[in-house]
Design a protein around this ligand. Structure first.
Ligand SMILES: Cc1cc2nc3c(=O)[nH]c(=O)nc-3n(C[C@H](O)[C@H](O)[C@H](O)COP(=O)(O)O)c2cc1C
Length: 267
């Protein structure tokens, strides 16, 4: 069957990545599209205005799974996409193992806005939180994940990808997750989330301020960086701090994970 994309040779893939897994996957997909004659581009969700998406192009959405859902600001971006009259759209998420309330509810959101959902895929990558595995295990998982990313991109080109209605379970998880219940991260933060630099190690280089996708870290002149209460726990600051001065209380033995270099996240 000729692919959906034979009519439309442009793909704009909007992504967010905390520690690099989603960046690697979406980059691989863009490479595969380009190798097959499609004009594909990658855009950072945190730097993009949803109202500016080009509805003449196929739209892609890429993000990590977080707390059986994804980050509030990713949902906000998606929910603020303009209404469309049949623009093709696909999604890809990366996860450590268990997803939940994303694929089904996201399909409903974009369908209601008039998009044509052409593909959804969840790709297992190394977990970046709790128990960080050994490097060789992570390397293998990344390799396998990138093979999946390439296959998925090819299936989109061939018109064989699918975004099924998917399990009712997905809806249940969505509506009982923090997004569905409209509990914001800041509600949780006040109790649980706090990433503060170790003042013995921090040299006030300001990398964490640049990395934070929601401008939640401030650094007054001469002061240590301060993490405000909106933290969504994407782990960028902890994973890419050059002095390892910010540790995550949820990571076993303070071990951190990064799939790419900080400059690739910033670039
Ligand atoms: C706060 C947080 C919550 C997470 N929750 C889940 C989860 O519910 N299920 C899962 O399989 N992985 C979960 N993960 C792991 C990430 O989804 C996974 O490692 C992902 O590939 C990270 O992508 P990134 O490197 O692009 O940020 C979580 C990670 C973080 C930081």
């Amino acid at each position: 069957m000729p692919g959906e994309l034979t009519k439309n040779k442009n793909i704009d893939l909007y992504y967010f990545s905390g520690t690099g897994n989603t960046l690697l996957v979406t980059k691989k997909m863009v490479e595969t599209f380009k190798d097959n004659g499609i004009n594909a581009n990658l855009f950072k969700i945190e730097d993009s205005n949803p109202e500016d998406v080009n509805l003449e192009h196929t739209i892609g959405l890429g993000f990590p799974v977080a707390e059986l859902s994804t980050y509030d600001f990713v949902w906000k971006f998606i929910k603020a996409l303009p209404e469309s009259n049949g623009t093709n759209i696909f999604m890809v998420d990366t996860l450590g193992g268990v997803s939940g309330g994303i694929v089904g509810p996201l399909r409903e959101i974009v369908k209601k806005k008039g998009y044509n959902p052409i593909g959804a895929k969840e790709i297992i990558m190394p977990p970046n939180i709790f128990y960080i595995q050994e490097e060789d295990i992570n390397k293998k998982k990344v390799e396998e994940g990138l093979i999946e990313a390439e296959k998925y991109a090819l299936s989109i080109i061939d018109g064989e990808s699918k975004w099924g209605r998917v399990p009712i379970l997905s809806d249940i998880i969505y509506y009982t997750s923090i997004v569905g219940l409209k509990i914001t991260h800041s509600d949780l933060n006040q109790k649980y989330f706090h990433l503060a630099p170790d003042q013995e190690k921090c040299n006030k280089c300001g990398q964490c301020v640049k990395l934070c996708p929601i401008d939640n870290i401030t650094m007054e002149e001469g002061e240590f960086p301060a993490n405000l209460k909106e933290c969504v726990y994407c782990l960028r600051c902890t994973s890419f701090c050059p002095k390892r001065a910010i540790s995550s209380p949820f990571n076993y033995k303070g071990k951190t994970y990064r799939a790419v270099k900080a400059r690739e996240i910033l670039g």
